[in-house]
Design a protein around this ligand. Structure first.
Ligand code: CP
Ligand code: NVA
Length: 309
């Protein structure tokens, strides 16, 4: 059984940088144990009486289902809070909402637009706050991605990862992961769609930017992509489809990668845009369904960590 790896009273996960490498590896190892315990029917209801508040200002399938199911499986409860039926949507300040909600629940996850809004909420919260996706980062998805790589291929450290597509929230979380776990990250994106320049500069020892997908994928052990138009960018969809033509991840592109390359996508996927349907459904490379399932296990391990279990 994994012993407690959290000595601090109040911890948040606003970006992956809130974790040390040891903590991140501990959460992933615990997620793998929880997955196995669940499959053997040996799961323990360790969160009896605990409540997770879930604030969603953007749509979700995986994040909502995994957090909600995960809390139920651990004996706790999850509350779905949408702006359309809370006072958040009618302009109650985030600082007031944070103080009120955090007096009533044990842990809170937020999916919103600005990273600053999440940070403001965390400053006023009495309980751990989890970033369930902002415009800038998606750390929970990285926990699941790392778990999936470890399960299929072992440690990610020392490997080469290629990110092909938009320099978005997922890409930026991969940059944080590259720094924490010490892997090489080749990012291929069209001109004008690069990740944040400061973030790239701060991690230039591990991160390279190119505008050639084939160059980025050369020798890669993991190739990752995501939608070309994230939530909030719906009106740019057409313009982005033009800008990203030539950036589809497909079998031809993967021919440049390592023989045992894996393909990941956080989903939802847009077939024949950022990924070919063939590749997405090819179990020799694509581990997207394991990756989606691992959101459940990784977030259970994360909540247990943040609550000091
Ligand atoms: N990957 C992911 O976060 O999916 P949802 O938007 O469905 O939660
Ligand atoms: N980059 C995507 C991820 C969706 C899970 C978005 O922000 O919409």
């Amino acid at each position: 059984m994994t012993t407690s790896i959290n000595n601090s009273p109040l911890r948040h996960l606003l970006t992956l940088n809130d974790l040390t490498r040891k903590e991140l590896e501990g959460i992933v190892a615990h997620a793998i144990e929880l997955k196995s315990a669940r499959k053997q029917g040996k799961e323990q209801a360790r969160l009896n009486g605990k409540v997770l508040g879930m604030i969603f200002e953007k749509s979700s399938t995986r994040t909502r289902v995994s957090f909600e199911a995960g809390m139920a499986q651990l004996g706790g409860h999850a509350l779905f809070l949408s702006p359309s039926d809370t006072q958040l949507g009618r302009g109650e300040p985030i600082e007031d909402s944070a103080r009120v909600i955090s007096r009533m629940v044990d842990v809170i996850m937020i999916r919103t637009f600005e990273q600053e809004k999440l940070e403001a909420f965390a400053r006023y919260s009495q309980v751990p706050v989890i970033n369930a996706l902002t415009d800038d980062f998606h750390p929970c998805q990285l926990l699941a991605d790392i778990q999936t790589f470890v399960e299929h291929r072992g440690e990610l450290s020392g490997k080469t990862v290629a990110w092909v597509g938009d320099g978005n929230n997922m890409c930026q979380s991969y940059i944080n992961a590259a720094a924490l776990l010490d892997f090489k990250l080749n990012i291929a994106c069209p001109k004008g769609y690069e990740p944040d320049a400061e973030l790239v500069a701060a991690n230039k020892a591990r991160v390279t930017i190119t505008h050639s997908p084939a160059e980025a994928v050369t020798g890669a052990h993991l190739v990752v992509t995501d939608t070309w138009a994230s939530m909030g960018q719906e009106e740019e969809k057409q313009q982005r489809e033009q800008a990203f033509s030539g950036f589809q991840v497909n079998h031809a592109l993967l021919a440049n990668a390592a023989d045992d390359v894996l393909f990941m996508h956080c989903l939802p996927a847009y077939r024949e845009l950022e990924v070919s349907a063939d590749l997405l459904e090819d179990p020799r490379y694509s581990v997207v369904w394991d990756e989606a399932e691992n959101r459940l296990h990784a977030q259970k391990a994360l909540i247990l960590f943040l609550l000091g279990y």
